[in-house]
Design a protein around this ligand. Structure first.
Ligand code: NAP
Length: 244
């Protein structure tokens, strides 16, 4: 069934792959971005070329007013949001003793407060329609912790607790709330970590390699589909067996 989906941080990486996957599954897609207007425009063109409707919508998802404006734009252009994918995220890594409050606030704002703002903005119409899908992208760092990522891991663990709570709040309205927790996926975010780190991580994963954005998008596609109608409050780990 064709739905309207909003994917945050869909100009690059995992979000881009999710937007393309949801379009391939028959949905119209709002492609959110914060800085990469050209890249977001290309994703929109790809979706339109594939026969679905799409718009690019600029908003810093950690900013309440920007999120309100984003939902207005999407509703005017495509209709109410039925599938929300909270994907936008950043890292500001550093050991705790050297982690300034800016690094803490920006990561919590972009990765976690954004999930609160966007989910709340999507919820009213979903409750009214008695149908909705909320899928948020966490990380195995939020499950296992990771030295140098206290801010990031806290934001990603927060997404899991948030999602379980909201799943219980809105389950009776036929709205499912789930989380996908990727391991090490080849995107701009991980490129800066260097070849040596990538090789070590690949060796540690049971499947012996890094993940691709499309492999995370497939999990999101499943959770957005009717096949996942009875799945809620769950965290689906997509890490090639890295955190086993
Ligand atoms: P990425 O390649 O760095 O892309 C990040 C995306 O988020 C971009 O589209 C970016 O938009 C957007 N974004 C950043 N700040 C934003 C803001 N304030 N408002 C709106 N959009 C914003 O990252 P990625 O690797 O695809 O990661 C996507 C998600 O997966 C993140 O939540 C990340 O934590 C999670 N994750 C990634 C990995 C991994 O190995 N890559 C592993 C676990 C979890 P602009 O281009 O406009 O800046």
């Amino acid at each position: 069934m064709s739905r309207v989906a909003l994917v945050t941080g869909a100009s690059r990486g995992i979000g881009r792959a999710v937007a393309l996957r949801l379009a391939a599954d028959g949905h119209d897609v709002a492609v959110n971005y914060s800085a990469s207007a050209d890249a977001a425009g290309i994703v929109v063109e790809e979706i339109r070329a594939a026969g679905r409707n799409a718009i690019a919508v600029r908003a810093d998802v950690g900013d309440a007013a920007a999120v309100t404006g984003m939902f207005e734009s999407v509703e005017n252009a495509l209709g109410r949001v039925e599938v929300l994918v909270n994907n936008a995220g950043i890292t500001r890594d550093g050991l705790l003793l050297r982690m300034g409050q800016d690094d803490w606030d920006s990561v919590i704002g972009t990765n976690l407060t954004s999930v609160y703002l966007c989910t709340r903005a999507a919820m009213r119409a979903m409750v009214r329609a008695r149908w909705g899908r909320i899928i948020s992208v966490s990380s195995i760092s939020g499950i296992s912790g990771n030295p140098g990522q206290a801010n990031y891991a806290a934001s990603k663990a927060g997404i899991i607790g948030f999602s379980k709570s909201i799943a219980r709040e809105v389950g009776s309205r036929n709205i499912t709330v789930n989380v996908v927790a990727p391991g090490f996926i080849e995107t701009d975010m991980t490129e800066g970590l260097g070849e040596e780190t990538a090789r070590m991580v690949a060796e540690q994963a049971a499947l012996g390699r890094l993940g691709r954005p499309e492999e995370v998008a497939a999990a999101v596609g499943y959770l957005a589909s009717d096949d996942a109608a009875y799945v809620t409050g769950q965290t689906l780990v997509v890490d090639g067996g890295l955190a086993l």
